[in-house]
Design a protein. Structure first.
Length: 294
């Protein structure tokens, strides 16, 4: 999360600092106070600006480019190609993809978000509901995926949990801030009463799951969080931790357009199910179902 100081936020919003303090006093702007200083989450400021945007009647938003942003997934990449959808991918993490989607920079965002306290919270749906600029968004089920620890063949450190990673001082390959796998890591640590500072991080952050696998294969890291499919493709051992929802966020107006409709039809076919079974760690029983609609 990028936090701006009062001066930075005032400059970003092109306001006087005095006016910014007035908005804070009125409770009219997103902010937080840490050790006596006001800080402003940039993403929340962007949302605040978008929610108050006024457009004249008749003004129509420009069509987004035919790109699926957000989280990287090998089955998704394959499905976009084989479905003849014409959709490209722009992997940049769940939170980054959702922000770009809200701004109109992509036609869809692939997300797998995680609440700190419990997996019983449907974090993907909550993320859509919490944003005023996503009121017209539809959330479509892609798959459920098995997430876990990738480890070297034979699991030499005998890791079984995130607590083991901290206790045995295993070198952990991490993902960039905002990536779904990194959010999962932070959630697992929180539930175990641990913090990221308790881990030995093998930097720099790995952009995707396959990059986590490569760090382990190269001996730079002992473990990292990714899907079973990534582990299988890299011939690494896999320690299962949980199943997660991996969804596509799309605008209502774009859902019925040919690129997304071709993809939706493909997700319900036998070819997609067969490929998912071959990769491993995917549940496609709800693929293509609408999980949330305005």
């Amino acid at each position: 999360m990028q936090l701006l100081t009062t001066a930075e936020a005032a400059g970003y919003l092109r306001l006087k600092e005095r006016k910014l303090y007035e908005l804070v006093a009125e409770g009219a702007i997103p902010c937080t106070k840490v050790t006596g200083r006001w800080l402003f989450p940039k993403a929340e400021l962007d949302q605040w600006l978008s929610s108050s945007l006024v457009r004249p009647d008749g003004i129509v938003l420009a069509d987004p480019p035919p790109i699926v942003g957000g989280s990287h997934d090998p089955l998704l990449d394959w499905a976009l190609r084989e479905s003849d959808s014409g959709l490209a991918t722009l992997p940049e993490g769940s939170e980054g993809g959702l922000r770009r989607f809200a701004e109109g920079g992509v036609m869809a965002a692939a997300i797998h978000l995680h609440a700190l306290e419990s997996e019983s919270v449907d974090a993907n749906v909550e993320a859509i509901l919490s944003r005023a600029d996503l009121r017209d968004a539809v959330l479509v089920a892609f798959v459920r995926r098995e997430q876990g620890l990738l480890v070297a063949p034979g699991n030499p450190l005998k890791l079984r949990s995130i607590e083991d990673v901290a206790r045995l001082k295993a070198r952990m390959a991490v993902r960039p801030a905002g990536a779904g796998a990194q959010l999962l890591l932070l959630a697992l640590l929180h539930r175990a009463g641990l913090t990221l500072e308790k881990l030995i991080v093998a930097g720099p952050p790995a952009p995707t799951g396959p990059d986590v696998a490569q760090a382990i294969r190269a001996g730079r890291a002992d473990c990292g969080i990714a899907t079973r499919a990534v582990a299988s493709a890299a011939n690494l051992d896999f320690v299962p931790l949980l199943w997660e929802r991996f969804d596509l966020a799309v605008r209502s107006r774009d859902y019925f357009r040919p690129p997304l409709q071709r993809l939706m039809q493909f997700l319900r076919g036998a070819e997609f199910a067969t490929r998912a079974s071959e990769l491993g760690g995917f549940d496609v029983s709800t693929a293509g179902n609408i999980r949330h609609a305005p």
